[in-house]
Design a binder for this molecule. Structure first.
Ligand code: PLP
Length: 437
């Protein structure tokens, strides 16, 4: 760094905060990378659907379906044997649970720090989520804290933000007891654990392709599995008890009424599939940019006391950053992460925010508000009443997040982020001091 660069850096890292009317680290006219990032291929795929006359997998016709192509491309990307696309990540979790043919009211363990769908899907499947704590370092379910004194029939392991849950360690404990793991990989498309993709380590893997995700078709989801018996069951569950015709079977729509299990219509639309086929082609290049920027930010922030970036486990050889967590282990007295997020947003002109409340006190997870699931809600309250989730609470209190698109920029953008972190932490401790005087 030259002398004039270091003077500029010092200047940018001090001074009045933008939330107090000071000059922001980054001028408003310098925008951030857009999200999503469609290509010419996305447009031409959508155009092809428009003209194909087949806008759904249940449309009559013979032109090839993007839904079939996406299933095959995504399975290939992850190295999974089967992929069943669905309309939402929530539906992926629902049919994954239903495919296990558990009994009504059975317990499923769910980490306390996740989006509500990981737990609400359990209730929708007629089961009861019991919330368990996460690891303080990764935000993912801790194999050591799986509560063996509660009788449970399945575990949903969420890969959180940028880190993967340790599925092999959980398998060691759960496999001998015949308890399956469903990976909720809605935030981890393409992440890898010792060379194996998130979603392919457990019995079933679930993905969301909703707008904010690293792979998106606006709305969408998918279940992947290597289990040849579960795959046709998943197909039925999402297409009103119909599965794809196999070699030798004839069917007008390409679907046969196999009806081994009652399903619902949770099919992915051709619009989403067409966009997803194109977006999947970009995913690895985008991952690479995010990983490079993550590493750079780590370096730039190494000397900032009391804060760190979330560090994935050593076995995770490939990151997929969905949200980038800045963890503030020690903030100056009286400074909250809410205030840090507000101040960072003002300095940088892109959104910084704090994690949602852990599910034990989330306004999104109130099953007692739904009369049709009253008995499940009562059991949910009974089983979760006395549970605490200290690591989830601590992470929710100490993390500030930004969307992965912030990491799709270049080195200068990362320098802005690092400068803003330092400026905000210093500025907010001064704010406390000023208030006291
Ligand atoms: C961890 C997790 N699970 C499940 C979902 C649900 O996906 P969808 O919104 O596509 O239903 C999400 C979406 O944010 C998620 O983050």
């Amino acid at each position: 760094m030259t002398a004039s660069q270091s003077v500029t850096t010092v200047h940018r890292r001090s001074g009045r905060l933008a939330i107090h009317g000071g000059t922001p680290v980054r001028p408003a006219e310098r925008g951030w990378p857009q999200w999503p990032q469609p290509t010419a291929q996305s447009s031409s795929n959508v155009e092809a659907v428009l003209r194909s006359g087949r806008w759904a997998i249940t449309s009559p016709g013979t032109s090839p379906l993007f839904e079939r192509r996406f299933a095959s491309d995504f399975a290939g990307y992850l190295n999974a044997r089967h992929c069943v696309p669905v309309d939402h990540g929530s539906s992926a979790l629902l049919i994954a649970l239903e495919s296990l043919r558990l009994d009504h009211g059975d317990v499923v363990l769910v980490p306390a720090l996740t989006w509500v769908a990981s737990a609400s899907a359990v209730l929708r499947a007629g089961l009861v989520p019991v919330l368990v704590d996460v690891r303080a370092d990764t935000g993912c379910i801790d194999p050591a804290s799986i509560d063996l004194d509660v009788s449970f029939r399945a575990v949903i392991a969420v890969h959180w933000a940028a880190a993967m849950a340790n599925i092999p360690a959980m398998e060691k404990v759960l496999e001998p007891r015949g308890i399956p793991i469903i990976e909720d990989a809605a935030q981890a498309h393409g992440a890898q654990w010792l060379g194996r993709s998130a979603g392919t380590l457990g019995r079933l893997g679930c993905f969301s392709m909703q707008h904010s995700k690293v792979l998106t078709g606006g709305e969408g989801g998918a279940v992947v599995t290597d289990d040849d018996e579960l795959a046709p069951v998943l197909e039925e569950l999402r297409a009103d008890s119909r599965r794809y015709a196999r070699a030798g079977e004839t069917s007008k729509l390409g679907l046969v009424t196999s009806a081994s299990i009652m399903g619902a219509n949770l099919c992915m639309s051709e619009w989403s599939a067409a966009v997803l086929c194109a977006q999947l082609e970009l995913l690895d290049a985008q991952h690479e940019t995010r990983r490079r920027n993550y590493a750079l930010l780590n370096e730039l922030l190494a000397d900032v006391p009391g804060m760190r970036l979330l560090r994935p486990p050593a076995e995770q050889n490939r990151m997929s950053v969905y949200e980038l967590p800045f963890i503030f282990d020690s903030l100056p007295e009286g400074v909250t992460t809410d205030r840090v997020a507000e101040a960072m947003t003002a300095e940088l002109g892109t959104h910084f925010y704090v994690p949602r409340e852990p599910l034990g006190r989330s306004p999104f997870l109130q099953p007692w508000t739904k009369p049709t699931i009253k008995p499940l809600a009562e059991r949910f309250m009974e089983l979760n009443r006395d549970r605490s989730h200290p690591n989830a609470e601590k992470l929710a209190r100490s993390a500030v997040l930004t969307h992965h698109s912030t990491l799709l920029g270049g080195e200068e953008d990362m320098a802005d982020v690092a400068d803003a972190v330092v400026k905000v932490v210093n500025g907010l401790s001064d704010e406390r001091w000023d208030r006291r005087r």
